[in-house]
Write a protein that binds this ligand. Structure first.
Ligand SMILES: Nc1nc2c(ncn2[C@@H]2O[C@H](COP(=O)(O)OP(=O)(O)OP(=O)(O)O)[C@@H](O)[C@H]2O)c(=O)[nH]1
Ligand SMILES: [Zn+2]
Length: 310
């Protein structure tokens, strides 16, 4: 029977089947670390024993200290990049998330929360919109009843969205505003939150929730750092206004740092490119070149199909 992973615990997996919640039993050689919330797997309907994981169409994977990979969400269509209209807002961090989204193959949507706490949310909106051509940006108050209407076009029937962003920006509040409480209670794990060591409520396991309107949403825990690696294509598309100038440089191997006849440097001098944006792009490209090679864990990428999907 096909089931979808809804939460990952240290030694077990929760899943949702057509009939409701399933506590998946794992064979001894299978580690929960190999799974992501949103994974589709096959299980034995009589024993709930795990059989095999189905091929992912997309996966959000984060890399720590070089090689260690953590899977945050699988089979997603939309990546909500959540940041708030305050000190958390950082164009540099948003560019990292947008690169991640492009590499994942999911459509990014920038969600600017706590719009109710600032005089001019529009200034945040404009700064975010400038980061990627045609990227949708939404400003909202996560606690408001308008949240569903603002995000429903990305949460339709059969669609899966994942939320990424720093701790405290309002991801859980957003999920609570989006979910269908009845449906979610019926299908959910009931253990989305648990107490950490300090006795504070915190989101410990990534989880899959049923959204009113037929979609699904995956919450991920706040992340402190987001390393860019194996993301040459993502950087090339995100910084299109810069990379498109490459062919116009005098030298084919131009590093766009000092060469005569460099189209990028010329555009900066003429005020057509923001020097700060170019500096951030250089930094990410350098980081990407230093990191380990392409992430073979992304199947949509390995299959060579993912570029066509956009
Ligand atoms: N004023 C205002 N407060 C908000 C908004 N969104 C969230 N908050 C508040 O900000 C605090 C943090 O919100 P959470 O939803 O727990 O943030 P989170 O991103 O889930 O944090 P983690 O679970 O640590 O990843 C809570 O006190 C919320 O009530 C918003 O749009 N406006
Ligand atoms: Zn150049």
């Amino acid at each position: 029977m096909p089931v979808r992973i809804s939460a990952i615990h240290r030694a077990r997996l929760s899943a949702i089947s057509q009939g409701g919640q399933v506590a998946l039993k794992l064979p001894v050689h299978v580690s929960t670390r190999d799974f992501a919330v949103g994974d589709w797997v096959l299980a034995d309907p009589r024993t709930d024993l795990f059989n095999r994981r189905l091929t992912r169409k997309s996966v959000v994977a984060r890399r720590f200290n070089g090689a260690k990979v953590q899977f945050a969400a699988a089979n997603i269509d939309v990546l909500f990049i959540v940041t708030s209209c305050n000190a958390d807002f950082s164009v540099a961090r948003l560019e990292r998330y947008l690169t991640l989204a492009i590499e994942t193959g999911a459509s990014p949507v920038v969600v600017l929360t706590k719009a109710d706490t600032v005089e001019d949310p529009g200034s945040y909106l404009r700064r975010a919109e400038a980061l990627q051509r045609r990227v949708p940006v939404v400003t909202l108050d996560c606690r408001s009843k308008d949240v569903r209407a603002s995000l429903e076009r990305w949460c339709g029937l059969g669609q899966t969205a994942a939320l990424v962003g720093s701790s405290g920006v309002g991801k859980s509040t957003l999920v609570n505003s989006l979910i269908d409480p009845l449906l979610d209670q019926l299908q959910q794990t009931g253990a989305v939150r648990s107490h950490d060591d300090k006795g504070r409520h915190t989101t410990t396991s990534r989880s899959l929730h049923a959204v009113a309107g037929g979609g699904w949403i995956i919450d991920t825990p706040g992340m402190r750092s987001l390393q860019v690696s194996g993301a040459a294509f993502g950087l090339e598309s995100l910084f299109a206004e810069i990379t498109e100038l490459g062919p116009f440089c005098r030298y084919g191997n131009c590093s766009h740092t000092h060469e005569p006849g460099c189209a990028v440097l010329t555009a900066v001098r003429e005020g057509k490119l923001d020097p700060a944006r170019v500096a951030r792009w250089r930094k990410l490209v350098a980081e990407n070149n230093q990191a380990p090679g392409p992430d073979a864990s992304n199947p949509s990428r390995a299959a060579g199909k993912w570029r066509n999907r956009r």
